[in-house]
Design a protein around this ligand. Structure first.
Ligand code: ASP
Ligand code: MG
Length: 414
């Protein structure tokens, strides 16, 4: 007998039929003897629909009231799923975030969980009930309803699993696991049987959208056994692990692409102390996040400075940079929105210094120009022109033998 926390995402509970299917899965598992806490998202499209209703009244609605509104989506699902479980003679009870004792800070729309009072959940589990919990929500210390940010139900599930010391936290979604790359970009990407939490953090941060980033951070902090799997088909999904050993052979475990960035360059900047600060402070004061940064060595007392920002911030950033250029008497400001970032991620990089060479050679062989490079212990990112993104990603995916054989053995190719 195990204690399992399961989470079903929006598409997994998107229709009455899907909710009935989830109820079948949950009641079967309960009848097999496991204790179950089931966290659910709003039915797919519901959070967007509610957001749109508010927008029609006031695009600038109060964050507190938006949380009151959006939290209703999950409340509908917990009731429907519990009704479906009763229909199957499976004892179950539903709770909102507040009822289950999830206390957060007071940052509306991106609140962080501070504590969970799980005594009530324990009591219900002891009585043999399935506990159905609304994801994505809690209350602050003044009992105001808060939400955890889009995709936040994953975080509710991991937090509950940590608080209850569950044997496993299972995130059910519409894909059958974490892939070596986005199958829409790399058709022969394959499902990974396991991935380390550090790799998962990089992959989630670089745009693999399967898990809410916070949920991965939380899982890492409390070492929650976490698994991503599909509610649409059977399979073992992908297990997030905490030991590097299991990945010994994999130098690189995944390739990610991001075409939501743009590049800005300010040229002929006087090469003096404080210049990076004078360029980037106004950008950060405008709440624009900077990703990669490159500054050249200036031979003649002047230097070029290049960085990337989210594409939606591009216009704003260019305007700020033009202003900065005047103030620091730089030569010129240039920008390019047609860029993309391609990254390879793997814990094996730590002990294998040759990886960067493989990346550069693979791209050179295909005549793909690298515009920027950044590295961390377990990641190498390059900026290429957007039209070359797909090719670059595919080339790197094959250079590290991520495609092919293994997927066929597993019989789980996308
Ligand atoms: N319903 C919320 C959203 O769509 C939370 C979630 O699904 O995880 O973002
Ligand atoms: Mg999600």
């Amino acid at each position: 007998m195990a204690l399992i926390v399961q989470k079903y995402g929006g598409t997994s509970v998107g229709t009455v039929g899907r909710i009935n299917h989830v109820a079948d899965m949950v009641s079967a598992r309960r009848k097999a003897g496991d204790d179950l806490v089931v966290v659910v998202s709003a039915m797919s499209g519901e959070t967007n629909r509610l957001t749109e209703l508010a927008r029609q009244i006031n695009p600038d609605a109060s964050a507190r009231e938006m949380d009151v509104l959006l939290s209703t989506g999950e409340q509908v699902t917990i009731a429907l799923l519990t009704i479906a479980l009763h229909q199957r003679d499976c004892p179950a009870v539903s709770y909102t975030g507040r009822q289950v004792g999830i206390v957060t800070d007071n940052v509306h729309s991106k609140a962080r969980i501070k504590s969970i009072d799980h005594a009530g959940v324990r009591r219900d589990l002891d009585q043999g009930k399935v506990v159905v919990v609304a994801g994505f929500q809690g209350v602050d210390e003044q009992q105001n309803i808060t939400t955890l940010g889009r995709g936040g139900s994953d975080t509710t599930a991991v937090a509950l699993a940590a608080a209850l010391a569950a044997d496993e936290c299972q995130i059910y979604t519409d894909v059958d696991g974490i892939y070596t790359a986005d199958p829409r970009i790399i058709p022969d990407a394959r499902r990974m049987k396991s991935v380390t939490v550090e790799e998962m953090l990089e992959l989630a941060g670089l745009g693999a959208k399967v898990l809410h980033l916070r949920s991965v951070e939380l899982a890492g902090k409390y070492r929650v056994p976490l698994r991503v799997l599909s509610s649409f088909e059977e399979g073992d999904g992908t297990l997030i692990t905490y030991e590097d050993e299991s990945m010994e052979q994999a130098l690189v475990s995944g390739v990610t692409c991001n075409s939501n960035e743009a590049k800005l360059t300010i040229t002929g900047v006087p090469d003096q102390p404080g210049i990076a600060y004078r360029i980037l402070a106004p950008i950060s004061n405008a709440h624009i996040d900077v990703d990669m940064i490159i500054q050249n060595v200036g031979d003649d007392g002047a230097t070029d400075f290049t960085f990337t920002v989210s594409r939606i911030d591009y216009e704003k950033a260019i305007a700020i940079l033009l202003d900065v250029a005047k103030k620091v008497s730089a030569d010129n400001v240039k920008g390019d929105r047609d860029i993309a970032k391609v990254s390879v991620v793997g814990v094996g990089m730590r002990s294998n210094p040759g990886i960067a060479t493989t990346v550069f050679k693979a791209l050179a062989d295909e005549d793909i120009n690298i515009q920027m490079i950044s590295t961390s212990e377990i990641k190498i990112s390059v900026v290429v022109s957007e039209p070359e993104m797909k090719k670059a990603a595919n080339v790197l995916h094959s250079a590290f033998q991520l495609s092919g054989e293994v997927s066929r053995e597993e019989g789980k190719c996308a």
